[in-house]
Write a protein that binds this ligand. Structure first.
Ligand code: ZN
Length: 401
């Protein structure tokens, strides 16, 4: 396109007009450093109904951090809350897998929870909030996972309102853990929270002493959690991984994440036949170690059959109560001398480990970004949740702008 003198004259006129309008008049919605006076949150006001509500931008206290949100993933926990309100949080601003850029900080904030400097412009994530025990740090060895703490995105509404990551902004307050993750891309940052669940699970698995570099490892369930499990195992150098799922497409994805073989349980009529298929996938062996990554009680019952005598199992699929599962304690546990560990959520220390995992996974070429199959703007958040409820895709994310 050719820009002639008339165009230039017109542009100059417009620019001058814009400059005249700026002080105190046309830009009334924005304050000095571009922070608007009001912003939106996505408030779940009743079951399966999120409304965008506009509130005044909160005061940023001396210990607070105001973050302009870039994106946030939808977690299974969010979907449960959206559909049934099991936590009794309504009205609530959900979203705990979020990330964004610091736009304003209180004068007391200088470093993040790992001791890294923080400044305006840095990209951050939050993890737990230890309101009642603010002395807890990521270096505590005692298990302090989310079970004993609050998390942004699962807080009841209050007069601040900016409490969850499905919003334009979030106010991070004193006692919150916060991490500077400016060296990770947006997709990686959105995957930090779910990936931390797997870092924790693998740490639990390692505590059995059974998981080794050359172990035969079975991962049952290839949703986002199972796929991330495979990626974590592969990134730490475990190469003999068999994925089990009922969806061919997910099993293909499992291979991209680092599984060498896969077993589709739908192709096998009974547990004997299925066990034989697992054995075949490990070239005639049962698994040394297995990760159970589904919320299915039947899947929990089955997995013992796939593990060798003296093997190990990490059960991490039951984030919420999925009912009782039956096993035969004699055959499944005692006679085989299975070492079983449960895993739930993560600790702050796992969180920091996760940042390195994400960099290494990218370094060895695992296509983690493909886990985010759907991206919606904040205005379409109900559609985003409905997509999740329909079990379409893998990770659904809300991306601002
Ligand atoms: Zn989650």
């Amino acid at each position: 396109m050719e820009i002639n003198s008339i165009n230039i004259e017109e542009i100059v006129k417009q620019v001058l007009q814009g400059m005249k309008d700026t002080p105190g008049s046309a830009k009334k919605e924005a304050t000095n450093n571009g922070i608007p006076k009001t912003a939106r949150v996505a408030m779940l006001t009743k079951l399966e109904h999120i409304e965008l509500k506009e509130y005044p931008m909160p005061e940023v206290g001396d210990d607070d951090i105001l973050v302009k949100i870039e994106g946030c993933g939808i977690c299974g926990t969010d979907a449960h809350e959206y559909k049934r309100d099991p936590f009794g949080l309504i009205p609530v601003v959900l979203g705990h897998e979020g990330t964004g850029e610091i736009v304003k900080m209180g004068k007391n904030v200088t470093i993040d929870s790992a001791g890294k400097p923080l400044k305006v412009g840095d990209k951050v994530v939050t993890s737990m909030i230890f309101k009642d025990s603010p002395d807890i740090t990521m270096f505590d060895l005692n298990k302090q996972n989310v079970g004993g703490a609050d998390v942004y995105g699962l807080l009841p509404d209050d007069d601040v309102h900016f409490n969850g990551w499905f919003a334009d902004y979030i106010l991070i307050r004193k006692g919150s853990s916060v991490f500077n993750v400016s060296d990770l891309d947006l997709d990686s940052r959105i995957l930090i929270e779910p990936a931390a669940v797997l870092i924790h699970a693998v740490e639990r698995a390692k505590s059995t002493g059974i998981l080794r570099f050359n172990s035969r490892v079975l991962v049952q369930g290839c949703g986002p959690i199972g796929l991330l499990c495979i990626a974590v195992l592969r990134t730490m150098g475990i190469e003999n991984i068999v994925a089990v799922d009922g969806v061919a497409q997910r099993l293909e994805f499992a291979k991209e994440m680092g599984a060498n073989r896969s077993v589709n349980f739908k192709e096998h009529t009974d547990i004997k036949d299925l066990t034989a298929a697992v054995e075949n996938a490990f070239d005639g062996h049962l698994a040394d170690f297995a990760f159970q990554c589904t919320g299915s009680a039947a899947a929990h019952s089955n997995i013992y059959k796939f593990i060798r005598n003296g093997g190990g199992l990490c059960e991490l699929g039951f984030f919420v109560n999925g009912g009782n599962a039956s096993i035969n304690p004699h055959f499944d546990l005692c006679a085989k001398e299975i070492t079983l560990v449960g895993s739930w959520v993560y600790t702050l220390r796992d969180y920091a480990t996760t940042f390195d995992f994400l960099k290494r996974a990218k370094g060895i070429g695992l296509p983690l970004h493909k886990l985010i199959t759907h991206k919606f703007p904040l205005e379409q958040i109900n559609e985003a949740y409905q997509t999740n409820l329909r079990m379409e895709g893998l990770k659904i994310a809300v991306i601002n702008e």
